[in-house]
Design a protein around this ligand. Structure first.
Ligand code: HBI
Ligand code: FE
Length: 296
């Protein structure tokens, strides 16, 4: 899948594909009544695909969150209804945005426990192609985990940390933590890697690739290592970082990242597929998938 970068959010992408007018915080009305039957049908196709793939692949917390939200397979959810349920559990709300929003707008929302969700849905002929996060990625992928108190606190802390990292000029290092956890994270459950990242959970092909393909590396998550590792925005990940359990993420909300930024800034960065001598490797990937692509 293709996915946001700090740069793409900064340039262009003004008021959403349809030119929807937005407020200063970039929120818009979801316009639930405007969804067409075809758009609801796209949601249903995507939903049913993932509902079949995720049991046994997604972590227990994700599956529990899905059940508790009682998201309807038949139609795109109404954000007000979702926010009612979410609010009762973890105090989060879902607000509609036209698509990618500038970094500082994104962080400001997260810092206040508002999750900005794209209001549009991908085209039916592009089910696996995402240029900007749409309602399926944002709602199906992210909202179940926002019912979990640990993830709820972690994402809020990311918003607060993002505002600070921007001022310090180290956003790219913090953004990698978000990428390799909230978006593309795996965690160990009964000794096996399971999905908790929204970018994986909302993608049929990556749900399988991330866990079962021989190509990617699966490496134990180590904070500074991840902060030094570039990621792919236009394709499957070459490496997935695996945490022991969600509690690991809470530790990161207690750390002062300032000194870490200072220490690692002069150190070399790693490419997405690198495996280091000091890595705790769970599976060493063959790299076959990306090698074949590079050959063209
Ligand atoms: N905007 N709507 C939306 N969703 C995102 O995930 C998002 C964004 N803007 C910026 C952004 N992500 C990232 O580049 C930051 O996490 C760094
Ligand atoms: Fe996302």
């Amino acid at each position: 899948m293709q996915y946001p970068t700090a740069t793409s959010a900064k340039h262009g992408l003004a008021a959403g594909a349809a030119g929807t007018p937005h407020r200063a915080d970039w929120t818009i009305d979801q316009g639930w009544k405007n969804y067409t039957p075809a758009e609801h049908a796209t949601w249903k196709t995507l939903f049913q695909r993932q509902a079949k793939l995720l049991p046994g692949r997604a972590c227990d917390e994700f599956v529990a969150g899905m059940k508790r939200l009682a998201i309807d397979a038949d139609q795109i959810p109404d954000f007000l209804q979702l926010s009612d349920i979410l609010g009762k559990h973890t105090g989060w709300r879902v607000v509609a945005v036209p698509g990618l929003v500038p970094d500082e707008v994104f962080f400001e929302h997260l810092a206040h426990r508002r999750f900005p969700a794209g209001h549009f849905i991908r085209r039916a002929d592009q089910l696996d192609y995402l240029q900007e996060p749409d309602v399926f990625h944002d709602v199906f992928g992210h909202v179940p985990m926002l019912l979990n108190p640990t993830i709820a606190d972690f994402i809020q802390a990311y918003g607060q940390g993002g505002l600070r990292a921007q001022k310090l000029g180290h956003l790219k290092r913090l953004a990698r933590v978000y990428w390799y956890t909230v978006e593309f994270g795996l965690l160990l459950q009964k000794g096996e890697p399971r999905i908790y990242g929204a970018g994986i959970a909302s993608s049929a092909s990556e749900s399988v690739f991330s866990l079962e393909d021989a190509s990617p590396n699966r490496i134990r998550f180590q904070l500074e290592r991840v902060m030094r590792t570039n990621y792919r925005i236009d394709d499957f990940q070459e490496t997935y970082f695996v945490i022991d359990d969600l509690e690991k993420l809470l530790e990161f909300t207690q750390i002062d990242f300032g000194p870490i930024y200072q220490r690692i800034a002069p150190l070399p960065e790693y490419e997405p597929g690198d495996v280091l001598a000091e890595d705790q490797v769970i599976t060493r990937g063959t790299g076959a998938y990306h090698k074949a692509k590079r050959k063209g």
